[in-house]
Design a protein around this ligand. Structure first.
Ligand SMILES: O[C@H]1[C@H](O)[C@@H](O)[C@H](O)[C@@H](O)[C@H]1O
Length: 540
């Protein structure tokens, strides 16, 4: 017992701030200091069980994409009569579209407390049940209000999934493949959007879009991946880190065996010990004024917890740590502001106007089958996201943004000319340029801003950044059709182009590169204002 508890010594004694950073802090930049004989460093066996596990875990991302992308096709296919209406006006279309973002806003707030209290797997399971139920509700809607309610509820699931999946994937994937697994999430979001467009193309009769209730099938199909997830629940382990944080040691051990099927029991226990000490260090960082371990008489032994036997002997956590609220330090506020502003630009520069309304936009522009250019938009987004994930760690996020945002501006200006001249070829080329540039930089990078924040601010910070996304997303989708009708597409594109210019200037002046920096160094970047040149001064 003494041996085991000695491995849980204070991080001050370990001098292990760096360790915490590497294993727990770094979600997106893949730095690890794990030792060579750590099971994380071995080639990871990709068995079919493991493949199903990761595939199912990213289904929430696929549904996030599907349920946000599907509306573009559905909007042109809904026959107002199906909802008991004479016409579906702009305002109603905007409400059907944007209410999902409002739901996602709520979901982002709920996600972390839920994932923390009920566990990651349970939260994702609830999400998939909501996805399946709301898909059915939307598909059978016979009133406008039913459809709006379904879209609101599906939005809640999207918001929870968008927050919970990256946390879960980080926690179950070995360091060696963590980058790839997280990339899988971005790919499933844009892939889900692309699939929604392709299905719309096959289901909707472009000449008579109202003829066959295609929109009902489109919306109903959202329940298929959700049901797949529910059927493969047995393959998906609960996060070992979460189980450990709840002192459920035996279950954590079993979960680790699922994640590392080739590891010996000795190696699993070693890993468990490492996770336990990391978690202890993390708790220490949650509140630096509290002791890491409780005094002996207040300690709670895992061996006597409800999970029964502990293979590690006794492990003690101070459950009160992290519960005490502290004021945000100026540098963390600054870091959060940068993350939120970048996310604001991700949305206000107009990408989702194309994602949600592309069929409507191309229809009005005069394309005979507007679903074709719409598919091109979704495919460009999907394929350039793949490219982005290749570039992001080599080029660096700041450079990637500076290189791509001006191309978005150029694409939008051309797009405006395309609308003005009603030149359909120019229009489609310019949209591809804009969407491709977006997908490489702004589509992916803003989601990683949590890396600017210290550990103890990440959960709340991540939620605030997500909320900024959904709030701005809702603003845009709620007003796009009205603005388009009032000032024309050509002028709307100019407004988006103006925002891309502000976006570029913002990145140039305030967005720092932090790739490979330690926790301490990142905090120095935000110490007095934002030192965007920190990394170049010190490492280049
Ligand atoms: O990062 C994602 C991605 O770019 C999606 O394609 C887009 O629809 C979302 O709004 C965005 O947050």
């Amino acid at each position: 017992m003494a041996d085991d508890t000695s491995s849980l010594s204070s991080p001050q004694q370990d001098g292990a701030v760096e360790d915490v950073y590497s294993d727990l802090y770094s979600t997106f930049s893949q730095i690890t200091t794990t030792t060579a004989n750590d099971i994380e460093q071995r080639p990871y066996p990709v068995t079919w069980r493991i493949s199903v596990m990761f595939l199912s875990s990213t289904i929430g991302g696929l549904l996030f994409g599907y349920d946000t992308g599907v509306i573009s096709g559905a909007l042109i296919a809904i026959n107002p009569k199906d909802l008991g209406l004479h016409v579906l006006d702009n305002w109603q279309k905007e409400l059907i579209t944007s209410i999902t973002c409002a739901g996602s806003f709520i979901g982002s707030i709920l996600a972390f407390p839920l994932a923390d209290k009920c566990g990651r797997k349970n939260t994702l399971t609830v999400c998939c049940v909501i996805f399946a139920a709301s898909s059915m509700l939307m598909a059978v809607s016979f009133t406008f209000h039913m459809l709006v309610t379904g879209r609101l509820v599906v939005g809640i699931a999207v918001g929870i999934a968008a927050q919970c999946i990256p946390i879960y994937l980080t926690e179950i994937s070995p360091a060696k493949i963590r980058g790839t697994v997280l990339a899988l999430n971005s790919i499933s979001i844009t892939g889900g959007q692309f699939i929604a467009y392709v299905i719309a193309f096959f289901l909707i009769d472009s000449e008579h879009p109202h003829s066959n209730s295609a929109w009902r099938y489109l919306l109903a199909l959202g329940c298929v991946p959700a049901i797949f997830f529910l059927l493969t629940l047995d393959f998906i382990p609960e996060s070992p880190r979460w189980l450990l944080s709840k002192s459920r040691l035996v279950e954590a051990e079993t979960a680790l065996q699922t994640v590392y099927p080739k590891a010996t029991i000795g190696e699993i226990r070693q890993k468990l010990k490492k996770l336990t000490s990391d978690l202890n260090k993390l708790r220490y960082h949650n509140d630096e004024t509290e002791p890491l371990l409780l005094p002996v008489n207040k300690r709670r032994s895992v061996a006597s917890s409800r999970t029964g036997r502990s293979s590690l002997g006794a492990t003690y956590f101070n459950d009160q740590l992290g519960k005490k609220r502290h004021r945000w330090e100026a540098k963390s506020k600054r870091a959060l502001a940068i993350g939120c502003i970048l996310m604001f630009f991700q949305q206000i520069t107009g990408f989702n106007a194309f994602m949600y309304y592309s069929t409507t936009i191309f229809d009005r522009a005069g394309f005979t089958n507007p679903l074709v250019p719409a598919i091109i938009v979704a495919f460009t987004n999907f394929s350039f996201t793949l490219l982005s994930l290749k570039l992001i760690d080599t080029v660096g996020k700041r450079i990637l943004l500076l290189l791509t945002i001006w191309i978005m501006t150029a694409g939008l200006l051309l797009c405006s000319v395309g609308f003005e001249l009603n030149n359909l070829s120019l229009l489609i080329i310019s949209v591809i340029v804009y969407v491709g540039a977006y997908a490489v930089g702004m589509g992916v990078v803003p989601w990683s801003s949590v890396e600017f924040l210290p550990l103890n601010r990440r959960a709340v910070g991540g939620s605030i950044i997500s909320c900024t996304n959904w709030f701005t997303n809702a603003l845009l989708s709620m007003s796009y059709l009205t603005v388009m009708d009032a000032i024309g597409n050509e002028n709307t594109m100019l407004i988006f182009a103006f925002f891309t210019i502000l976006n570029w200037l913002f990145v140039y002046i305030w967005y720092p590169e932090v790739k490979g920096l330690s926790l301490e160094e990142i905090s120095r970047v935000f110490e007095n204002g934002v030192d965007v040149h920190f990394i170049y001064r010190n490492y280049h």
